[in-house]
Design a protein around this ligand. Structure first.
Ligand code: GCV
Length: 647
């Protein structure tokens, strides 16, 4: 028996009474690695659920699960009843998704509907911001399990990670930080080929492709060239030679992720070349191996003078990439963060999404809770993901939602080597939920929360009810006690944890609210920076006017007096005060709901989450008091309800 010092999250199957007869026998002998993995998952899962030594593979002996493997590599899966049994068919990868789907439904004890499904996107991936030294940028769950001591590593945990990803429908993983430092640069060279090959094989068994982040100036850093100019023949040749050695020796490597000309990273602008010229040069180098380039659009001026009121960071990505539409090779995907600024608790959808008519686009979410409580606060992100995916961009008669307009989805991972993988046990719901929404962007966040809770904590109704309820309330609660109405950035600079309302005001990052004693916010309507005009005319009109702007985004788009009257008649200031007081009370109610589950949960799980709640409550009160007192000191207007503010 292998000892592992981590949990298996939702794959930790439990004995289950009343399973159908067909779960006793599995027929079929898949030929591919993924098909074999599907068979193994079914056998192992059913052994535990049935509390029996093994399933049978005898051809005649009653109802069975029959696996039928088709040739090919597509991801379509069909599960249907056949007599008293169940028939699961697909390619090896299809079988894998079907096996996990079946196991999940059996564990949920639900009447099993027939299932014929294909994922909405061909690429559904995680981006790790893991550094070669084992640290993780914006990591809140321990250290990396992909790197240690400067080298990539492949362990039993890598395999279980691949299982977890496949089990929720994910099929790609970029293992190193987009800020490529130190020996991670050498992933391109022969130095770590053996390790990369092992990782690729491990992931590949579960249908997960391997990606690596590369530095645009690698020809200089590794190849000793004097330039990384994408139009320079020596540079092109360096990339071609590097790829022709790398790809054939790492089967399963799917391509490169690139952060260029962003936050100090090298890129084509240094040489007066465009993003398209830079990305295309790499695209040409990986093309012979079927490779793809994921080119990030997180590009803005990070050395802005705070005195400069003309420049609006929110406008930068659209400004940089919309004019280049149509200039990229077909194996380039532009990777676009969900909002125009940076993964705040509330932002509008990035106007670049849906704007690229002739270029593939990849939507990027962040599971790592950099600005949403750093896995110390519970914050279930699926409702936010659905809001983004469901938005009608109002620019095309058909395929008009964000979900319909993008070609792929990815998310910054929230995992590390912590026992529970995600630091906060409840944060694993975000990983599971991201898998679910990237398979089917119309999934119901409440259904997924419930499903995840049952698979993780068992099917005791009170636990399911409370956990689901906590998850579903958590994002709004977090938003209430932190940053009001889309304004963002009131966090401590650098760490991004805890309140500091003016922390970013006189800094270079382009994230200002410019509050005075009378008003707050940056005007981004047509009379202001004009950011709202980057949307389709219909959305531009909605966001551009205070009268039609959705209230939760009011301070993202508009500069308003504190006396501004909200829809319900309260002043803007009073609304912010109220939200902060209510948010803390609601956080306390979530913590109390968790406390009631003590006798129904494993003591270690209960204690871990309880500890997180204690920190959440401390931090929430800090947010409330700092933000509210700061506003009180600015405005000298007291809370109408006479609650405590600090002068
Ligand atoms: C990986 C934000 C984060 C950085 C991150 C960057 C990015 O600025 O604070 O840590 O760098 O986003 O997405 O590239």
């Amino acid at each position: 028996m292998i000892f592992v010092d981590y949990s298996l999250l939702w794959l930790d199957w439990r004995p289950k009474a009343g399973l159908p007869e067909y779960t006793k026998r599995i027929l079929g002998t898949p030929a591919t690695r993924q098909g074999k993995a599907a068979l193994r998952e079914l056998r192992n899962g059913l052994k535990v659920m049935r509390s029996e030594p093994d399933t049978s593979a005898e051809a005649d002996g009653g109802p069975a699960i029959r696996l039928i493997e088709y040739p090919g590599n597509d991801e379509k899966v069909t599960l249907r009843r056949s007599g008293d049994g169940m028939e699961l068919s697909g390619s090896g990868r299809g079988l894998l998704y079907g096996a996990f789907h079946l196991l999940r439904h059996l564990a949920l004890g639900e009447e099993f509907p027939e299932w014929e499904s294909s994922p909405a996107y061909p690429l559904r991936m995680l981006n790790h911001w893991d550094n070669a030294d084992g640290s993780i940028e914006r990591g809140y769950s321990g250290r990396s399990f992909f790197f240690s001591g400067g080298k990539p590593i492949c362990t039993e945990r890598t395999r279980d990670y691949a299982r977890l990803l496949a089990s929720c429908g994910l099929n790609g993983c970029c293992i190193n930080n987009v800020n490529v430092h130190g020996s991670a640069l050498k992933l391109l060279t022969g130095s770590y080929r053996r390790e990369l090959k092992r990782i690729a094989a491990c992931l590949g068994e579960y249908g997960v492709s391997l990606w690596i982040s590369v530095s645009f100036s690698a020809p200089m850093e590794l190849g000793g060239l004097s330039t990384a100019d994408p139009l320079e023949p020596d540079v092109r040749k360096w990339w071609e030679d590097t790829c022709s050695q790398l790809f054939p020796s790492v089967p399963g490597l799917a391509g490169f992720l690139v952060k260029a000309d962003s936050e100090g990273r090298p890129g084509p602008h240094t040489y007066g070349r465009s993003h398209a010229e830079g990305a295309n040069m790499l695209a040409d180098a990986v093309k012979p191996f079927g490779g793809k380039i994921l080119w990030r659009c997180f590009v803005y001026n990070c050395t802005q003078d705070w005195r400069d009121t003309e420049t609006d960071r929110a406008k930068a990505q659209y400004g940089a990439f919309a004019p280049l539409d149509g200039q990229f090779r077909d194996n380039v995907y532009l990777q676009i963060k969900n909002g125009p600024v940076d993964f705040q608790i509330r932002e509008p959808v990035s106007p670049l999404l849906g704007r690229l008519e002739h270029t593939e686009s990849l939507l990027e979410f962040q599971l790592a809770q950099e600005y949403t409580g750093q896995q110390k606060h519970v914050c279930y992100l699926l409702p936010m993901f659905r809001e983004v995916l469901d938005l009608h961009l109002r620019q095309r008669p058909a395929r008009d939602t964000v979900a319909e307009s993008v070609s792929a989805v990815c998310a910054v991972s929230n995992t590390g080597d912590a026992f529970n993988w995600t630091g906060h046990d409840l944060a694993a719901a975000n990983l599971f939920g991201f898998g679910a929404v990237s398979w089917d962007p119309a999934v119901d966040p409440a259904y997924i929360a419930r499903e995840w809770s049952i698979l993780t904590f068992g099917d005791e109704p009170e636990v399911t009810r409370s956990v689901t309820d906590i998850l579903l309330r958590s994002r709004t609660v977090y938003e209430k006690y932190t940053v009001p109405l889309g304004i963002g950035w009131m966090c401590v600079p650098g760490s991004h944890y805890g309140p500091s309302p003016e922390g970013y005001e006189y800094d270079r990052w382009g994230t200002y609210h410019r509050a005075t004693h009378l008003e707050i916010g940056v005007e981004r309507g047509p009379e202001g920076t004009g950011f709202s005009e980057q949307y389709s005319p219909e959305l531009a009109a909605i966001y551009g006017s205070v009268d039609t702007c959705p209230e939760e985004l009011l301070l993202f788009f508009h500069r308003l007096p504190f006396s501004y009257v909200m829809n319900d008649g309260r002043s803007l200031l009073q609304r912010i005060y109220d939200d902060h007081f209510e948010g803390v009370e609601e956080a306390a109610a979530m913590a109390a709901a968790w406390d009631k589950l003590e006798s129904r949960l494993e003591p270690a799980v209960f204690a871990r989450v309880r500890e997180r709640f204690q920190e959440q409550l401390r931090s929430a009160a800090e947010w409330r008091d700092v933000v509210n007192s700061w506003l009180y000191r600015l405005t000298l207007i007291p809370d109408e309800k006479g609650r405590k503010l600090y002068l």
